[in-house]
Design a protein around this ligand. Sequence first.
Ligand code: UD1
Ligand code: PEP
Length: 434
Amino acid sequence: MTENMIIKGGNQLKGHVKIDGAKNAVLPLLAATLLADKGQSHISNASLLSDVYVMNDVLRNLNATVDFDEENNEIIVDASGELTTEAPFELVSKMRASIVVMGPLLSRYGHAKFAMPGGCAIGSRPIDLHVKGFEALGAKVTTTAGYVEAVADKLVGANIYLDFPSVGATQNIMMAAALAEGVTIIENVAREPEIVDLANFINKMGGRVQGAGTDTIKIRGVESLTGTEHTVIPDRIEAGTFMVAAAITEGDVYIEDAISEHNQPLISKLKEMGATITEDVSGVRVQGSAVLKATKARTLPYPGFPTDIQSPYTVAQVLAEGTSEMEETVFENRFMHLEELRRMNANFSINGDTAIINGPAKLQGAAVAASDLRSAAALILAGLRAEGLTKVSELKYLDRGYHSFEKKLQDLGANVLRVDVDGKTDEELAALLD
Ligand SMILES: CC(=O)N[C@H]1[C@@H](OP(=O)(O)OP(=O)(O)OC[C@H]2O[C@@H](n3ccc(=O)[nH]c3=O)[C@H](O)[C@@H]2O)O[C@H](CO)[C@@H](O)[C@@H]1O
Ligand SMILES: C=C(OP(=O)(O)O)C(=O)O
């Protein structure tokens, strides 16, 4: 069976969509549950994403008990028994974010051995900053035969400066320091909302983390941590994806649970394009305009324009009148979706880390393949504005970060279906959408 998303463009999106819990928040929260040697952790608003299932398996493989109540989006983790401290290649290779499990294991047991995560389609993804942090806390870190191993008799608080505000390194070091002796100060840390969510969780467990959301985090190590209850923050990238969907279809969509403060760069860029955006405490309403204006944007760590919304947003730039620019400064290979969009009639050139996009393109439906989760979303958005049939393959990427994406789009009036395309002609597929 080969599933594709098939789309016939032209419909304006109208109505109301509710955002799920953030992938990039729930994954480190699940890792942090391993810090608790007492009690259970109850994580609610956990989205049914393939990455979440993989992280649950990573925890189970380490000997934690994990129950996923899918009806209620709640994950209950009991890590109070003895855990193992090694994660094999088969699991780590499924999801590089599993590396954030090292910090909690090192903190609690003074040992963690993990298969080195490789790069991925969006770029090389080293872990030197994670390692530097572990070493500063007193661990000896070695890399042999594809595994990275950290060992410490005792972790002791330290001052650490990150050369780049890496999200994963900030999380890993924060968790490693949670049970270390004394005070750790990490400077030039990532300031993403998901970092704040993790700090709040550790503090509810009995930890002492200050400053999350600023560029310096201070952690006072404690003796032990206890499982607690926590609700995952809404996914700002899923919210942003629906904001773009509304803007490019001249739609009118209320995105419930979108926290506008978490999406300011995107909101301001969509307004610059001509969209009308109204923010309130429960969500964000986006009304698209008939003509989109060209913009220039550059991805940066938070609170800059997020790299994860870059691919969906460039679809709006492809459709905008005039010459737009997108500079990608975080990952070196994150324009793969544009090459697929070229097959749908997008007009652009790439100069180093900048895409120069000439619009407005009159998009034509085509068969296109996703190469990472945000390119999957971007190609589906492009299909919403393309003439004729668009077929997006490699949906395994989409499932990493978007739950029920097609259902949510259908509810907003999009002509989209997720179907097994094996043995079906384009005419047969197009007929399914009529
Ligand atoms: C699960 C999760 O939360 N994933 C997010 C997280 O990934 P992740 O935590 O992997 O991203 P980082 O912030 O660490 O990476 C950003 C940049 O720093 C570089 N780097 C990182 C670590 C390191 O030790 N050395 C180093 O050079 C990376 O190669 C990359 O160029 O933040 C990214 C940047 O916002 C997002 O795109 C991902 O969606
Ligand atoms: C790049 C992403 O995730 P990950 O770091 O898990 O690959 C993303 O969410 O867009």
